[in-house]
Write a protein that binds this ligand. Structure first.
Ligand code: ADP
Ligand code: ASP
Ligand code: MG
Length: 408
């Protein structure tokens, strides 16, 4: 079998952890498998590198940031190959240039376009264990790019897809995917199986256990993923096609603090105004999430929408420039907010999920600022300070509701 394993930063944080992981890799190799391993940077290395750059220039170019951040992964792959060599195993570390991981040119948020199989296959034929840097790629200018925070998961899944691997295992610091972040919601439960689309929603709504793109690529190329712990032997969570997974009312709860709300007040109530605003953002590649337009009064409207916090400065600046042209009276914003969401494939056929969620928030005394729904998710915008209590209240409510559903 050909197995791709990915180990996250905390799994390789120090020498002891590296030897622990090397032991697990060796075990897989000893079972007769070809093994390709993808690694993240050790522990907090990426954050430390970002802090280091900020000491020089908080607005450093993204190209140079990628050049710097990619060094974290290069350290861990070399250290892992050394550990395996020391244990008597043939192992070789490779970076994105050596493998041939081509990406789009967008620094700090590049997408993988193509992965060459040649070098990895050559090394496997030589019976080497192959250790590849996660998170990084090479663009058409032969510059190093990175795939966005948490992107090593995506490197692993893309490599598994390119090599048509039999298995892709993501090793992390929790026992699998839980019904909520187990560090925040103490009685969150481990999920045995979840569909690609539910997992992709959970990830994009803030469950950082998997990088969203990794799940999308897994779905596209039908790579069955397993998320499990590098520190225990517990079975993890399997992520696979919709048809083979039971449709559960609510699979999980997630939250995201990386949101800001912007309101354009007193826009003329005329056709084309919303188009003008959002065409502007589209041109600047600013992605907008929830959008609400209020009912017009006295010939004017308010439009509110959410964006990532990192776009806020840019968006306010743009809107102030265009305010007059849009016929808007005032631009306001709020960046002390959080988005809390529930995800479940069973929602599409069960009514009452939204009202249960709102009841939980009411019980917890949390005010809702905005609501957005789709077939398999409901999101609400709330005050940042209420994030944790909202998560716990919503999680509790659905645990109870699902228990009683099971009993009936
Ligand atoms: P790694 O370094 O292994 O990539 P991450 O820190 O990126 O690990 O992701 C694992 C973390 O994701 C866990 O420690 C946990 O706190 C967090 N997390 C958030 N939501 C969930 C969830 N629904 N299930 C499991 N973990 C979650
Ligand atoms: N080291 C990178 C990060 O911290 C990539 C990853 O860990 O997946 O974001
Ligand atoms: Mg991660």
């Amino acid at each position: 079998m050909l197995v791709v394993q990915k180990y996250g930063g905390s799994s390789v944080a120090d020498a002891e952890r590296i030897f622990n992981v090397a032991g697990r890799i060796a075990e897989c190799y000893d079972q007769g498998n070809d093994v390709v391993v993808v690694l993240s940077a050790q522990g907090d290395t990426t954050d430390d590198l970002i802090a280091k750059a900020a000491e020089i220039d908080p607005n450093a170019s993204k190209r140079e940031m990628d050049m710097l951040l990619s060094t974290g992964e290069q350290q861990s792959v070399a250290l892992m190959a050394m550990a395996l060599n020391k244990m008597g195993y043939a192992a070789v570390s490779l970076n994105a240039m050596q493998v041939g991981i081509s990406t789009t040119s967008e620094y700090s948020n590049a997408k993988i376009k193509l992965i060459s199989r040649g070098r990895i296959e050559q090394e496997l034929e030589r019976k080497n264990i192959v250790i590849v840097t996660g998170f990084q790629g090479i663009n058409k200018y032969e510059d190093i790019t990175t795939l966005g925070r948490g992107g090593s998961d995506t490197s692993a899944v893309a490599i598994a897809a390119a090599l048509r691997a039999d298995k892709c295992e993501i090793y992390t610091d929790v026992n699998g995917v839980y019904t909520a972040d187990p560090r925040v919601v103490k009685d969150a439960r481990k999920i045995d199986e979840i569909s690609y689309s539910e997992m992709a929603e959970l990830a994009s709504l803030g469950a950082k256990v998997l990088h969203t793109r990794s799940v999308e690529i897994a779905q596209k190329y039908n790579v069955e993923l397993v998320v499990r712990s590098s520190l225990t032997r517990e079975e993890g969570t399997v992520i696979k096609g919709e048809n083979s997974v039971e449709k559960i009312l609510v699979s999980g709860v997630a939250s995201d603090k990386d949101v800001a709300r912007v309101t354009i007040e007193g826009i003329d109530d005329k056709p084309g105004k919303a188009f003008e605003v959002f065409a502007l953002f589209d041109k600047k590649k600013i992605s907008v999430d929830i959008i609400i337009q209020s009912i017009g009064r006295g010939g004017t409207n308010d439009i509110s929408f959410t964006i990532e916090k990192s776009s806020l400065k840019n968006v306010i600046q743009l809107l102030e420039e265009y305010k007059e042209k849009l016929g808007a009276k005032k631009i306001t914003f709020d960046d002390k907010i959080a988005k809390v969401s529930i995800v479940g494939a069973g929602m599409a056929t069960h009514s009452g999920v939204a009202s249960l969620m709102f009841e939980a928030l009411y019980d917890a005394g949390v005010n809702i600022k905005m609501i957005s729904t789709s077939e398999i998710k409901i999101s609400v915008l709330i005050d940042e300070k209420d994030e944790e209590s909202a998560l716990i209240a919503i999680h509790d409510k659905f645990q109870l509701a699902m228990q009683s559903l099971r009993q009936n």
